[in-house]
Design a protein. Sequence first.
Lengths: 104, 156
Amino acid sequence: MVMFATILIMSLLAVAVCAAAFSAATRGEAPQPDIQPERRLVLEPPRFFVSPAAKPAETLGVPVEMLLSQIERHVRLEQAAAEAYLDLPTRDSLHSRTESPLLH
Amino acid sequence: MANVQPDLLRGLSDEEAAGFRALGVPTSLASGQTLFRLGAEADRAYLVVRGRIALTLPLQIRGGEEEVLVEETLPGETVGWSGFVPPHRFTLNATAAMTSELLAFSREAVLDHFTTHPGVGHTVTRNLATVIGHRLQVFQTMWLREMQRAVDHRYP
């Protein structure tokens, strides 16, 4: 009987010690809510044909009047090239090069 | 325009051409003066007699709006054919690039003339279709050339 009581007490003591050790080991590790890192939907700015990143730095200092003049020259050259293509349609003349200041 | 065959009058006899031209109201523009504006109601078309008409569209440049030339109309050419084609709204801005003289043909007067002169109506309408078709082809070609450059630039 004494032997049984000793084993029982020792077992209870061992369980208590294990519980205390487990409690100490897991303290501060309360389960965290499942937080997802903030996700942001990043939309690229609208663009047509050419990425803004590709904007050549040398055009930034060009006065608007000069830019308009270059656009006008570009339109005239492109219109002439289109007319030439329509006079004699070929694959080469469709994409013929001009001396447009916007392309060089 | 004496030496230039107007694009709208090709194929008409001298008498028919004179009768049609008589419908036109002479109009003079100083350099820089506006002929019509984008979005305005179009009830007439114009034949350029002298000078040059610049057709422009607004383009956003560095946050500001600028008028950009898209086409120039020369003596003998027709401008403002939206006056004859539904929905009868101008789709460009037209300004005299220099002192210019034009003949203004009101849609109402032209359609009345076509009713009494169906042969003239047939020829002028065919000429108008030719003018519109040619410009469509020109702009289609210009657009494709720009698209090719965009593709070359984007996917070198």
